[in-house]
Design a protein around this ligand. Structure first.
Ligand code: HAM
Length: 387
């Protein structure tokens, strides 16, 4: 995020319910079924945030951020809440990281957001597929929706109850349904790409050509709709076959109407968010070796006096930059050694009555058991050297 010039934004865990209801769309699953909304003691309806784009835009307007420059580039990371049926990769409290680029309509910004997301996944050695689509804008989408609604009315008896309800309120979501009956009923449905206005088509082609220029693999998926209503033009999703039915690692798109919808000046924007648990699931499946938090040093102390020395020395060595562990329970030497082994300590320092008297500690390298005697005075420099 730093490399791309993004600054961190932190917003509250909850917002006025209206921020999400208005921002994400009343007809979406998130607002309709999944929000954790409560009435506070003052009678206000508040909601645990199900996502961050709406809060970021709320903050952007409230703090007049748009007046400070042409472009605001913000990133975030934190817990989100959605009341969904929990299953692998789907939780009621989960974490997202994401970024929002506010203030520019240039298709380069769409490509840059996608490139940033792809780079995060690349650095984590995650192989995934990028799907891209254009969902049009307020000019061309209504025309398409109407055509789609008419098509869906023709196949209504084959649709699931959910899709039947959405047919009128949010027909594009029907195309996104996972229900096999919906899928087969909509194979021949008209697609948005055939209805894009010239400006949207030009924008979409420019995004795709920038992705090609950056050697980012993608496939155009004309049925990709996304579950939030604020998108205009570009919509995209990264999916992974390592995730099972909840296959979306992350997604995003352009939302040129949202700032205005919140009462701000008309301001284009584009953004992305990734599920962090899903990233971890894929990394674990790929056998990623998570870095171990093993201590550099475990101090084993054998009596009261050496325990006191160990306590002070541990703090001193930590101040000097070493990761140090010690026993707080007054256990036997054997138990402390077992603990050091379990923690995969690189070295142990052993002190007892004799060592205290001679002001020397035994330093043992755990890898090969090599032992040396080191004076207390030289302990820090000896431990700071390569094991
Ligand atoms: P979203 O597709 O709703 O988009 O969520 C983004 C990602 O969050 C999903 O791809 C998924 O990895 C993860 N996620 C969503 N729900 C859950 C869950 N219940 N459990 C675990 N992970 C989950 C957004 O939230 C938009 N705000 C993205 C965006 C930013 N668009 C523009 N800017």
């Amino acid at each position: 995020m730093d490399l791309y010039g993004y600054g961190e934004i932190r917003t509250p865990i909850f917002e006025d319910t209206a921020v999400f209801a208005r921002g994400i769309g009343e007809e979406t699953d998130i607002v309709g079924k999944e929000m954790y909304s409560f009435t506070d003691k003052g009678g206000a309806s508040i909601t645990l945030r199900p996502e961050m784009t709406a809060p970021v835009i709320r903050a952007y307007i409230q703090h007049g951020m748009g007046e400070q420059g042409l472009l605001d580039k913000l990133w975030y990371m934190g817990p989100m809440f959605r009341q969904e049926r929990p299953q692998a990769g789907r939780y009621r409290q989960f974490h997202q990281f994401g970024f929002e680029c506010i203030g520019q309509s240039n298709p380069d910004c769409d490509a840059e957001i996608i490139a940033m997301a792809a780079e995060v996944y690349r650095r984590l050695d995650i192989t995934c597929t990028l799907k891209v689509n254009s969902v049009g804008d307020s000019l061309c989408r209504p025309v398409y929706r109407q055509v789609l609604r008419e098509y869906l009315a023709g196949v209504a008896e084959q649709l699931s109850p959910d899709s039947l309800r959405r047919m009128n309120t949010n027909p594009m979501r029907v195309l996104d349904s996972k229900d096999p009956a919906d899928r087969s009923a909509t194979t021949a449905a008209p697609v948005m790409s055939d209805f894009l206005c010239d400006a949207c088509r030009e924008h979409f082609n420019a995004v795709l050509s920038k992705l090609r220029m950056l050697d980012i693999d993608f496939c155009v998926d004309p049925t990709l709709v996304r579950g939030l209503d604020y998108y205009t033009r570009t919509a995209f999703e990264f999916v992974s076959t390592d995730l099972g039915s909840q296959d979306a690692l992350g997604g995003g798109g352009r939302y040129d109407g949202l700032v205005e919808q919140f009462g701000g000046k008309s301001t284009p924007a584009v953004g992305f968010a990734s599920g962090m648990e899903r990233v971890l699931i894929v990394m674990e499946k790929n056998g990623y070796a998570f870095p171990e938090m093993s201590p550099d040093v475990y101090i084993i102390a054998l009596d009261a006096e050496s325990r006191s020395w160990a306590f002070k020395t541990a703090i001193m060595l930590r101040t000097a930059g070493l990761r140090v562990e010690l026993d707080y329970a007054g256990r036997s030497m054997k138990a402390q050694l077992r603990e050091a082994n379990r923690m995969k300590a690189v070295r142990v320092v052993i002190v007892g009555e004799k060592e205290m008297a001679e002001e020397k500690a035994i330093v043992k390298r755990m890898e090969d058991g090599m032992q040396t005697e080191v004076s207390f005075e030289e302990l820090h420099s000896a431990l700071s050297r390569q094991p």
